[in-house]
Write a protein that binds this ligand. Structure first.
Ligand SMILES: [Zn+2]
Length: 249
């Protein structure tokens, strides 16, 4: 049975090239209400994988923006939970779409039943890192999350979705149960748990379009064409690579 895994970033309204990565609270409510009305249970990724074979949609939010707190109100109103992926090295600072949650806020979110996942230490694309830096990104973020939250994270999200056999093996070595990419297709249960594809929900998806996305995995385009059609995603990737080159220089 296919498992739809939804990918959100900011719960806000953003203009310009990153617009597609921000869904305002009212739209989020409309999307999740439609899925609940269609009979889906809405839970975090590790829980969704555990429920193998039931009518479930996994809900994930990347980067840990402060505006997730508004998303949390929506999740509660709908009776849903989710997985929130944070970068331990960026907690309390800012990223492209706004300020990020503090550790106290992340602990509150975890206390409200949201799964906290690891999004790597500082959001570098992992596939281009040399082995020692790759290990450091995963080890230090894993240790920091366990220290701050009182237990290990079970789920990992590759920054920008980029991974390789080497990256997947490193994440598995640190004891994670699963890891997700971008993918833009449905996850087939039984497929590898270290490259779980997700579906990007945008502010342009109304309730019906969100239900259709979870049933079909989106319009039947080849993956390369889908990526080429996503200037917002390209912009984020390029910004990250520029940052990486600065760090390595
Ligand atoms: Zn991210």
């Amino acid at each position: 049975m296919p498992l739809p895994v939804l990918m959100y970033h900011s719960v806000s309204t953003v203009d310009g090239r990153l617009r597609g990565l921000a869904v305002p609270p009212r739209r989020l409510r409309e999307q999740l209400d439609a899925l609940a009305a269609a009979g889906y249970a809405l839970v975090g990724l590790t829980e969704a994988l555990r429920r193998n074979g039931t009518q479930t949609v996994a809900v994930t939010f990347d980067d840990g923006y402060v505006d997730f707190l508004e998303g949390l109100d929506v999740l509660r109103a709908v009776g849903a939970t989710a997985t929130l992926y944070v970068n331990p090295g960026h907690v309390g600072t800012r990223m492209a779409l706004g300020p990020l949650l503090s550790w106290d806020q992340i602990r509150d979110v975890a206390g409200a039943g949201v799964e906290i996942g690891n999004h790597s230490l500082v959001h570098h694309p992992l596939d281009v890192l040399p082995e020692a830096l790759l290990d450091k990104e995963i080890r230090e973020s894993t240790e920091r999350l366990a220290d701050e939250l009182g237990g290990p994270a079970r789920s990992f999200a590759y920054p920008h979705g980029y991974h390789s056999a080497r990256v997947r093996a490193a994440v598995a070595r640190y004891g994670y149960d699963n890891a997700c990419e971008v993918g833009r297709r449905l996850y087939r249960t039984g497929a590898g748990r270290f490259a779980v594809p997700r579906l990007q929900v945008t502010p342009d998806h109304d309730g019906a379009a969100t239900v259709a996305l979870t049933r079909t995995g989106g319009p039947p385009l080849v993956p390369a064409a889908k990526r080429a059609a996503q200037p917002a995603w390209r912009a984020v990737r390029w910004a990250a690579l520029r940052g990486l080159h600065r760090t390595l220089a």
